[in-house]
Design a protein around this ligand. Structure first.
Ligand SMILES: [Zn+2]
Length: 160
């Protein structure tokens, strides 16, 4: 894993487990070419625009996926928000507000799904008891392996 350099043009960014090459363009908006796997960034304030784009997409994608999973698990989250936290991929507060680091957007969908399931399971169990893990296991039988893989991806917390 290479940390983003000052000049982002040419940097390969991981999005949902796939690499996209960043390219500066003289344009106003961020644009994703999912055929060529290129993410075009405005050449004015590219870094700020990219981080804003990542946060917006993280919020949209995680909110939708959390709502869908919550229906399946028959729980209700009070709210879903996206933070810049570098210490955890997700959290669930006492009042069932769920937060995700926008950097979770770098991870493969199956790992995102594990984190979402983990946080939603905290609505029923506010701890990491065996009962909590049994709840996670109903929806993500191989949670142990996924938890390990996520841990090994910790360096991605330093990307933007
Ligand atoms: Zn937890």
């Amino acid at each position: 894993m290479r940390l983003p350099p000052e000049n982002l043009d040419g940097y390969r960014l991981l999005l949902l487990g796939e690499f996209y090459t960043l390219r500066y363009v003289n344009d106003r908006s961020v644009r994703l070419d999912s055929v060529e796997n290129i993410l075009y960034l405005p050449d004015k304030n590219p870094r700020e625009r990219l981080v804003k784009w990542l946060k917006e997409n993280a919020k949209r994608i995680f909110t939708e996926a959390t709502a869908e999973k919550a229906r399946e698990m028959d729980v209700e989250a009070r709210s879903v928000s996206v933070t810049s936290a570098r210490t955890r991929w997700g959290s669930c507060s006492q009042d069932n507000s769920i937060r995700y680091s926008f950097r979770l957007l770098y991870m493969k969908k199956e790992l995102v799904e594990y984190v979402i399931t983990h946080e939603l399971a905290h609505i029923k169990h506010k701890n990491h008891s065996p009962a909590f893990w049994r709840e996670v296991e109903k929806y993500v039988p191989d949670w142990r392996e996924k938890r390990k893989r996520l841990k090994s991806m910790g360096a991605y917390m330093e990307v933007f």
